[in-house]
Design a protein around this ligand. Structure first.
Ligand code: NDP
Length: 448
């Protein structure tokens, strides 16, 4: 589909020609440029001053080899990435993903999205992302530690508390952040808040673990309220059973909803009585096991192999919280047919473009990832502030900040959409509101 503004449409073609294989990155750029068409129509200076061309090209892409040894003494070599996309409003900030599906395209798409998400939080953080095609599944703690140390030996040259502050993402949780931070500290001989998502004993922030899932529910709650609805009494389907899914499940339940499904990369569980979250936490966080073992304890629940049919479960609200492109047009149609009235993205870009179109056309409330899942990075930025101050806030203080940030973010995105004649379109609203602050800073700097 072509982008309404001709200059942006040509720019999109140049982005594709420059890196033809990077389909995930193209998908993310196309969505943003489409939303920004009315903005550059009204403000052509963003084009003439070079802001749009600079926006789609990362400031820096770092790509490196990561050699490590397994427990049997065999050597493996993975590839590491850090994309420092945009530092117009603050140090690069964004997670590290360890997953076999990681490519330069995936990291660039995530880094690009992060620019707007971070801007939307209202906090001074630029956009970046990193990771590796390393698969942590089935590895021992020793193997994970050696991999993280090797990864950080190279990455440490490019990051710092005022330069670039990585965090976790898929496959990078508390254990990995500990090994990464330990190696950074050893190499640099300094104790600064260079990584976020740290353990509470060494500089982590209370409520960071819960932040993305809770923030998703705070955002969704605002979106529902504006439409005269609420979580109370609603049936909710959530994909994934990692960090985001777990705490989205917890907060949605606290808000009075019944969450009936969760998944992992092998399949999904459907428990019509409501998910037993303590059991899921035990399976995924303590035993690091598969979600199918849930039915060993709850035989009345169902386990289905494969993930895609999770969206055929009847629900009022769907929260995709696993990975990109996990909810396609067909899944969107199934949700609509079953009466689902709200979808909010906990994962990054979980809905394919045809799914988003179908949901919007059917009048389903839609919360896009860069707004709806910004709670994680917002609390990461609060972790940076606490580290700089060498001070800690209580769980409730951080949670209060998070609630306010997500509420403001929702209203800013809704307002930006209305101002550009697209009331109710939070995809456009989030892209525009996130863009303006970054673009105006870039204008102020001149061509850099
Ligand atoms: P985790 O690694 O904790 O959990 C990911 C979950 O998704 C797991 O249940 C995993 O299953 C499942 N999953 C991963 N890949 C696939 C796949 N290809 N198909 C189906 N299921 C899959 O990651 P997070 O919860 O941290 O992240 C989830 C999403 O949220 C990502 O898109 C991430 O970028 C985004 N996000 C995360 C933030 C955070 O603070 N953690 C902040 C903002 C966005 P399995 O257990 O089998 O691997």
């Amino acid at each position: 589909m072509s982008i309404p503004n001709k200059y942006l449409n040509d720019l999109m073609e140049r982005v594709i020609a420059r890196d033809p294989g990077q389909s995930e990155f193209h998908q993310a750029v196309r969505e943003v440029l489409t939303s920004l068409s009315p903005v550059v129509d009204a403000h052509p200076e963003y084009i003439t001053e070079g802001v749009m061309d600079c926006l789609v090209e990362p400031e820096r892409v770092i790509k490196f080899r990561v050699p490590w040894e397994d427990d049997q003494g065999n050597v493996h070599v993975n590839r590491g990435f850090r994309v420092q996309f945009n530092s117009a409003i603050g140090p690069y900030k964004g997670g590290l993903r360890f997953h076999p599906s990681v490519t330069e395209s995936v990291i660039k798409f995530l880094g690009f999205e992060q620019i707007f998400k971070n801007s939307l939080t209202g906090l001074p953080i630029g956009g970046g992302k990193g990771g590796s095609d390393f698969d942590p599944k089935g590895k021992s703690d020793g193997e994970i530690m050696r991999f993280c140390q090797s990864f950080m030996s190279e990455l440490s040259k490019y990051i710092g508390p005022d330069t670039d502050v990585p965090a976790g993402d898929i496959g990078v949780g508390a254990r990995e952040i500990g090994y990464l931070f330990g190696q950074y500290k050893r190499l640099r001989n300094e104790f600064t808040g260079t990584l976020t998502g740290k353990g509470l004993s060494y500089g982590g922030s209370l409520a960071r673990t819960e932040a993305t899932g809770y923030g998703l529910c705070y955002f969704t709650d605002c979106m529902l309220k504006d439409a005269g609805k609420s979580f109370k009494g609603a049936t909710v389907v959530i994909s994934g059973s990692g960090n985001v899914a777990t705490y989205a499940c917890q907060k949605a339940t606290e808000f009075g909803a019944k969450v009936v499904a969760l998944s992992d990369s092998n399949g999904y569980i459907y428990d019509k009585n409501g998910i037993d979250l303590d059991l899921v936490k035990e399976i995924k966080q303590v035993r690091r096991d598969r979600i199918r073992t849930y039915v060993d304890v709850h035989p009345e629940a169902e386990y289905h192999e494969g993930c895609k049919d999770i969206w055929t479960i009847p629900c009022d609200i769907a929260l995709p919280c696993a990975t990109q492109n996990e909810l396609n047009g067909e899944a969107a149609k199934a949700l609509i047919a079953n009466g689902c009235y709200a979808v909010a993205e906990g994962a990054n870009m979980p809905c394919t473009p045809d799914a988003v179109d179908a949901l919007k056309e059917a009048g389903v409330l839609f919360g896009p990832a860069k707004a709806a899942n910004a709670g994680g990075v917002a609390v990461s930025a609060l972790e940076m502030s606490q580290n700089s101050m060498r001070f800690f806030w209580s769980f409730d203080e951080v949670d209060e900040h998070l609630k306010r940030i997500m509420t403001d973010l929702y209203h800013n995105a809704a307002k930006a959409a209305a101002e550009y004649g697209m009331a109710g379109d939070l995809v456009a609203g989030a892209n525009i509101a996130g863009f303006l602050k970054v673009a105006n800073s870039m204008l102020a700097y001149g061509l850099v």
